[in-house]
Design a binder for this molecule. Sequence first.
Ligand code: GLU
Length: 477
Amino acid sequence: MTTTRNPSVRTRFAPSPTGFIHLGNIRSALYPWAFARANGGTFILRIEDTDVERSTQEAVDVILEGMRWLGLDPDEGPYYQMQRMDRYREVVAQLLASGHAYRCYMTPEELDALRERQMAAKLKPRYDGTWRPEPGKTLPPVPPGVRPVIRFKTPQGGVVSWDDKVKGRVTFHNDELDDLVIARPAPEGSAPDAIGAPTYNFCVVVDDIDMRITHVIRGDDHVNNTPRQIHIFRALGHEPPVYAHLPTVLNEQGEKMSKRHGAKPVTHYRDEGYLADAVVNYLARLGWSHGDDEIFTREQLVAWFDLDHLGKSAGQFDEAKLRWVNAQHIKMTADDALAPLVAQQLARLGFTDLAVLDLPRAIGLFKDRCATTVEIAEWLGMYFAHPTPPADELAKHLTDAVRPALQALRERLAHAEWTAPGIGDAIKATLGEFKLKMPQVAIPLRLLVCGRAQTPSIDAVLALFRREEVLARLQHV
Ligand code: GLU
């Protein structure tokens, strides 16, 4: 439990809009959001759109819509990296000036040749430091016409480590890290000292510094970037933030969740009748725990969330469990609050004139048997649609012995008090008169009025219809 709140906490979600966002990726938004809220801190949204070829506005829109739906509202942003290019170039220039970065004129062909030589000698391919300035070293003459990249001067020897909130102490040897390219070649025709497009790992650090991020909570596919980023932080005179690298989310087949492996966009679950709070609850539990609590509200999550109870192993998506969590949240949610969501689902089924029904009351009657708002709407459809009971079931239950009883019941219902008890009395009186048992009348009655043989208590179900509608449905018994 978060015992002391720390309002100076600043977290971010930094998605790359290169494909639609699915449940696996949006968990990386939920945790920094929850951690910021738990501390009364600030949650920032940053769109990492520097991969111009693959980034799309459509993907940005799905991110924004998914976050809005789940209630993961940022306090700042969205910031777009493509709008911050001048700032990144300014910081590259700063690193060049301070000697932490240098221009490298090795051409792609030379780099390829170097790689081949190293592989032939069974060495790990890496940049050989040809253009790395060192005290007393003479650099080769600058070749004409070659546009340089800018490389970061990674410290040599020693290690870089951090205490990860998920993985514990993580250590990399500096000698395993290349001199990272932090800016690509400037375009032909630009000034000789022009700086080309800054690269991903570099932009992330400049942003995390400028946005004063205190805790970086992200997927563990970024662990290998972290040592490089830490070095850049230090070269810029900053201590790195706290890191928490979240284990991957696997799909039901045990593969990394991805669009290619059938993952659906976050908003699919809204359309399928899941509640935002249930999805938040489910995703929170998929990599974090609060004792044995499985079902909790958004408020409880915010009160409890911390980085000390993050899971170390990959979470596996389980749709049946998500449905179960959703069913619990449907039970917990007030009927009035469910009504607009169910109305949306009814509209999708083509039912827009809902005035004939007290919608919240109807929801209250059916919700315990439903896992989604789509299922509630499917039940309530029977109040609006003409019933079409299966012919074989009708033939089986609507026998000549029962018909007169249903006709008599219709007469009684025409004058009964139109409440569940009033309707119940009319049914009981009819059973007594015809010496029948409840199911003998209730099943054909359900089939004729509701189109199906099973419903909640029939008197309560009928009371939600208008009397005229029930009489009309029983007209041709
Ligand atoms: N843009 C990265 C991604 O979508 C996240 C980078 C980060 O959180 O540092 O995987």
